[in-house]
Every structure is written in structure tokens, then in C-alpha cells.
Design a protein around this ligand. Structure first.
Ligand code: COA
Length: 191
């Protein structure tokens, strides 16, 4: 099974990153592969294999990415050229937010990944800033997300970037109910 760090094309390693941009519809197949690999690498060990594979098939097919990339409510930001991604973030507008979040215009950060071999370089921070800027541009005043309670690195990262825990949620990997934290941060205008 390929891992998130496998190269799917392209040449240069990521010396000068980041250049962060919105993914194009034509990238659906490449992006779905990267998303699947990133999920397997980060969370593949957390549930039974059949549950993990069911989750990947459901959420990361090329057809699903085509739909998400053409959905005006969904914004997918990527770092890196097609097929040589370093990471991605996905925002979904217009979703019901957790009740504990008191906000006029909350937006969900549904997915946020950086390749494992690129962790710790500050590039995830750049991706987060770009995601926050995109959310603000579309009028959002808060960002919320759900993160696995057994993902301490991600939780620490989100805390560093202004997120606080506002509750718990159940996240299904296939048939496996996993315990998540709900986290949120304010997006002050101009901030
Ligand atoms: C979440 C993610 C994007 C953050 O990117 P990153 O480059 O790793 O982030 P940073 O290195 O800036 O921050 C990670 C922090 O966690 C800390 N950390 C690392 N391992 C840790 C652990 N086991 N427990 C607690 N903190 C830990 C790091 O020291 C760093 O904190 P510091 O800057 O105060 O030293 C990246 O780790 C990732 O893609 N993870 C896998 C996918 C994932 O979990 N996505 C979130 C899904 S909701």
C-alpha cells in the first residue's frame, strides 16, 4: 500500500514551499490519491483494516473529489504542484456548526494534512493562515473542526493556532466510532 510520502510524479523536493493555491477540478484523481494516502498514513492504524478501507473508498474517491472541487461550498487549498502535493486543507461553508460555538458565520475545517516527512517546518502554519484568510474573505467569523482525541500532534498544532476545545464528537471510520474533540477559533475581521 503506498504511503502519503510516496511521490506520484514531479521532481524537485519542496525546497522553496509554500505556494498555496486552490485545487483545480482537473486535479481530482491526483488529489484523491494524495488524500487517501495522507489518511492512511495518519490514521490507518487506528481502526480495523476493513473500516479504514471503507472510509477511504467513501471519502477519497476521484468521483467524490470531482464533486467537492466543483461544489461552491467547498474550498480545497493545496501546497505543491499536481501530483507532488505537500499538504492540503479543506473548508466547507454552510454546514451546521456545533451548538457550543456561538458565531454568526462559522465555517468547518473538514480536513487538514501535511505529509509526514514535511512536518515541523512551519508549512502547516502557512496553510492554516491561508485557510483562515480564505474563510475571512467569505465572511466567516469562526472556524471549527473535529480532531481525533489520539492525535496529540494535531491537537497541539491547532492550539498553537488559536483553537480551543468546545466539546466532543463521534467520528465514524467505517463502522468504528472514534472519539474526537471539537475545536474552534475566532476569526476577527482583519486579523
Ligand atoms: C496536523 C499537522 C498538519 C500539523 O503540521 P506540523 O508541521 O506537524 O505542525 P507543527 O510542527 O507546527 O506543530 C506540531 C506541534 O506538536 C508538537 N508535538 C509533536 N508530537 C507531539 C506529541 N506526541 N504530543 C504533543 N505535541 C506534539 C510539536 O512539538 C509542535 O509543537 P511546538 O511547535 O510547540 O514544538 C500535521 O502534523 C499532520 O498532517 N498530521 C497528520 C494529519 C492530521 O492529524 N491532521 C489533522 C486532522 S483533524
Amino acid at each position: 500500500m503506498p504511503r502519503a510520502g510516496d511521490r506520484t510524479g514531479g521532481a524537485a523536493p519542496f525546497e522553496g514551499l509554500p505556494s498555496i493555491r486552490r485545487a483545480r477540478t482537473a486535479e481530482a484523481a491526483l488529489l484523491s490519491r494524495f488524500m487517501a494516502h495522507a489518511f492512511l498514513d495518519a490514521f490507518g492504524h487506528g481502526s480495523r483494516q476493513e473500516d479504514v478501507l471503507a472510509h477511504v473508498r467513501h471519502h477519497f474517491s476521484a468521483a467524490r473529489q470531482s464533486r467537492e472541487l466543483t461544489d461552491p461550498a467547498c474550498v480545497t487549498l493545496v501546497i505543491g504542484p499536481p501530483g507532488d502535493y505537500a499538504g492540503y486543507a479543506q473548508l466547507v461553508f454552510g454546514q451546521p456548526a456545533p451548538e457550543a460555538l456561538q458565531a454568526q458565520a462559522p465555517v468547518e475545517m473538514r480536513r487538514f494534512y501535511l505529509r509526514r516527512d514535511l512536518h515541523g517546518r512551519g508549512w502547516a502554519a502557512s496553510l492554516m493562515e491561508a485557510a483562515k484568510a480564505t474563510a475571512r474573505e467569505r465572511g466567516a467569523d469562526a472556524l471549527w473542526l473535529s480532531v481525533w482525541q489520539q492525535a496529540p500532534r494535531a491537537i497541539r498544532f491547532y492550539r498553537k493556532h488559536g483553537f480551543e476545545t468546545i466539546g466532543t464528537a463521534v467520528f465514524h471510520v467505517g463502522t468504528d466510532p472514534q472519539k474526537d474533540w471539537l475545536m474552534a477559533c475566532r476569526l476577527p475581521a482583519g486579523g
